[in-house]
Design a protein around this ligand. Structure first.
Ligand SMILES: C[S@@+](CC[C@H](N)C(=O)[O-])C[C@H]1O[C@@H](n2cnc3c(N)ncnc32)[C@H](O)[C@@H]1O
Length: 255
């Protein structure tokens, strides 16, 4: 485990180490439905977020218990999981054993990985490290380890969702009002859990461009009409039918 990590990363690691058992117990039923994305469990076959992985080297960034490496990334030639939390990775070891699957698991931050330059054809995550890392630190590191022509695909909460929580009571349900300014948004630290990150779309696009990525798609997820989820405090399905609560960026590293 590298020590080149910032204070917010220590906060997040402590949170996930402490919460890993509860998180897995609460969401196992949903996460064990393999090959699905996000809080509504929408199938990869429907979203086409990562597409054809045949023959590829794939890294899951913030893999937690590795259910997405086992499911979404199943067709890849080689899979690697990285996570900051040993507590989460212990569950990954169990899940890989249960699936009779061998793949490397690495305990490190997505902002300072131990991989060589140009190691992967695809780096991806579903509410993984990209939700908990300053994009100015994580995007250059992903650019370094992604091969020319390779892809970076990640799902995270929308900025719109963050802006609709009352900042003085983040445990209150999501509202239909904008409570926090859009401009200048970056770190969301309500002092009661993780430090999360989201930035305006223009900032993402400029950041990708600075590090040699071109945007291929932005999938703004709408909750299905029959949406159910174990993430009940995330956003009410009625809210997420009207506004996107999650978005999947699909970007490609220029050849
Ligand atoms: C919400 S969990 C999601 C895990 C998995 N993708 C899932 O769907 O269950 C977020 C994960 O990101 C990891 N994480 C947070 N900050 C990270 C960082 N800086 N680098 C790598 N992983 C990180 C946490 O330890 C946690 O396992």
């Amino acid at each position: 485990m590298t020590d080149r990590i910032q204070r917010y990363e220590r906060t997040n690691r402590a949170f996930w180490d402490d919460d890993a058992d509860d998180y897995q117990a609460a969401h196992r039923d949903q996460l064990d439905r393999l090959g699905r994305w996000g809080v509504w469990g929408i199938p990869e076959a429907e979203l086409g977020a990562v597409g054809d992985l045949t023959g590829l080297d794939v890294l899951e960034l913030g893999c937690g218990a590795a259910q997405h490496s086992i499911g979404v990334a199943a067709p890849a030639a080689r899979r690697t999981g990285l996570d900051l939390s040993l507590g989460q990775l212990r569950h990954a070891v169990t899940n890989l054993d249960d699936a009779d699957l061998r793949m490397p698991l690495v305990c490190a931050s997505a902002t300072a990985t131990p991989f060589r330059d140009a190691s992967f054809d695809l780096v991806f995550c579903d509410h993984g490290a990209m939700s908990f890392c300053d994009p100015d630190s994580a995007v250059p590191e992903v650019a370094r380890i992604t091969r020319a022509g390779g892809r970076f695909v990640f799902n995270l909460s929308t900025l719109l969702r963050y802006l609709c929580f009352p900042p003085d009571d983040p445990d209150a349900p999501i509202t239909k009002k904008l409570r926090t300014p859009y401009f200048g948004a970056r770190a969301f630290d309500w002092g009661d859990g993780t430090v999360d990150f989201q930035i305006p779309h223009g900032d993402w696009i400029r950041l990708f461009a600075r590090h040699g990525f071109v945007v291929e798609d932005l999938i703004e997820i709408q909750a299905p009409a029959d949406a159910t989820s174990t993430y009940t405090d995330y956003a009410h399905a009625r809210w997420a039918r009207r506004w996107p609560a999650e978005e999947i960026w699909k970007v490609r590293k220029l050849a």
